[in-house]
Design a protein around this ligand. Sequence first.
Ligand SMILES: Cc1cc2nc3c(=O)[nH]c(=O)nc-3n(C[C@H](O)[C@H](O)[C@H](O)COP(=O)(O)O)c2cc1C
Length: 341
Amino acid sequence: MYSLIRPLLFRLDPDLSHDLAQWFFRRQTLWQTLSPIYAHEDPILETNLLGLTVQNPIGLAAGFDKNAQIAKSMMALGFGFVTVGSVMRNARKGNPKPRIARRSAEQALVNSMGLPSQGVKKIQDTLRTLNHDRPVIISIGGHSIEDYRVVMDNVSEFADAIEVNISCPNVEHGTEFAEDPHLFQELAQELASRKSKPILVKIPPYSIDEEEKMLEIISTCLRSRFEGISATNTLKVNEPKISMKQGGLSGKPLLRETNRIVRRIHQETDGKLAIIATGGVFDEWNAFDLICDGANAVSLYTAMIYRGPGVVRKLKTGIARLIRERKFHSLSEARGSRFRQ
Ligand SMILES: Cc1cc2nc3c(=O)[nH]c(=O)nc-3n(C[C@H](O)[C@H](O)[C@H](O)COP(=O)(O)O)c2cc1C
């Protein structure tokens, strides 16, 4: 079905097709009616993520549901968990359009959304009406420790877990905390002292040369008793087609680096931090490989654009098949198996 719609959508300007998709996904009743088409749960996929039971390890990555308006539709598509946000303290328009470019040959996008948000107060009202039966992770953004603190304090009661986004390449100072481990330590200390829900930290795609810095961030997470890492956000690249001329690359080109980073974190922490692997997950082999590398779950954004809403079901049936073919009894048994062979 999506293979019929996609050529039409891809003929439209990317910002317009993004807005159109958001409009469709806000028709939550429609998606709930369609959910039997997308539903496919297999008990072998049930797993524990951050102390929560998730029916399957496929999540929606941050940024697709910035204001908690389409979470129910995403659950109807069969995602095991949904990330809402990044939620900002104050309402923001984000960067001027055009702010999304396609790189279709690579199955990638470059975006410079610039963290548009309705602001935490408005989003709180929406979250209040969101009754959900699958975990909701709320991604929080900010420009200062105070911003993160205020947003976390205001959304925690609605969240099953908090994802601290320190890795947005599309706003000024968006990666400051990821670049400076001392600054991150201050942020972590403040958030740890107020936390009431499991915390994940969303990191940028650190290059091999930056791995030492990444490991400092990871050890601060362990010391702060944070529960996990989301690896990773988009990669900063030049892109003449968008107004800011630079943006975050997402999709297939990220996958190899996602694998490297997941492996390194799993090895370094002995599996003590939960890992949500994000970046270039398009099919069951990508997802299963990341799980064998040490990820507890995966999340995706760009694959929804290139593969359509049916991608979630395809991933789930495929991962369940791979678990059985490789003679594992459960998903958690497969996690990190790369290091046990
Ligand atoms: C248009 C767009 C907006 C995004 N907005 C956010 C955001 O608000 N917060 C965040 O942490 N990540 C954001 N991301 C990054 C995704 O969550 C994800 O980390 C990244 O796209 C890599 O995964 P993918 O290859 O499956 O898309 C955004 C990505 C895209 C494409």
